[in-house]
Design a protein around this ligand. Structure first.
Ligand code: HEC
Length: 158
């Protein structure tokens, strides 16, 4: 391979990278949107509460009714504010939210409601009760992400 060809290939790779950059949804003028920061923080805290419950469900940690109850309360509260957190159609370079959210707002809201209902229906009375009720909440997280969140790097595959 000649140096010239390598240079051309490098140039094309840079061009491709730039094209991906401009195709990404970017609307915040100064780079970071406080709405995006807040909704990411909300999601991260939900994940932490889910991890507590999932750990118990999988037997990685002992079932602890008080901790489970606290996690359930957190999840009810946070899933109940998903709508509010996504109301403003804001994106920034860190965000993996699909713009589709604001074109399909009714469906997005319905999925947030489904997650809230599933959080309320969690039973933390006993380990078997948790095992029975946690999967539908997990499913509601995953199905919303499938529809409205780009997984990091998904733009390289399609
Ligand atoms: C109604 C839709 C919806 C539901 C329900 C939902 N999420 Fe999300 N979640 C999103 C969207 C959209 C994003 C991407 C936000 C962004 O990048 O701007 C996201 C992002 C995340 C992130 C990544 C945050 C980051 O810093 O990039 C985590 C973690 C997460 N969600 C966890 C959860 C968990 C756990 C649940 C269930 C308890 C859940 N989500 C339920 C829509 C949802």
């Amino acid at each position: 391979m000649t140096i010239r060809l390598l240079k051309t290939m490098a140039f094309l790779a840079i061009l491709a990278a730039l094209a991906i950059g401009t195709a990404a949804p970017v609307t915040a003028r100064d780079g970071a949107s406080k709405h995006v920061t807040r909704r990411m923080a909300l999601m991260t805290s939900q994940k932490a509460a889910m991890d507590v419950l999932a750990g118990m469900m999988a037997g990685r940690t002992y079932f602890d009714r008080d901790k489970a109850r606290t996690a359930r309360r957190q999840l009810i509260r946070s899933t109940g504010t998903i709508r509010k957190h996504f109301k403003k159609p804001q994106l920034d370079p860190r965000s993996h939210a699909r713009p589709l959210i604001w074109h399909a707002w009714k469906d997005f809201k319905a999925r947030a409601d489904t997650a809230e209902t599933a959080a309320r229906n969690l039973s933390t009375r006993s380990l078997p009760a948790l095992r029975r009720t946690l999967p539908s909440l997990m499913q509601s997280c995953l199905s919303c992400h499938e529809a409205y969140r780009n997984t990091p790097n998904s733009f390289t595959t399609h």
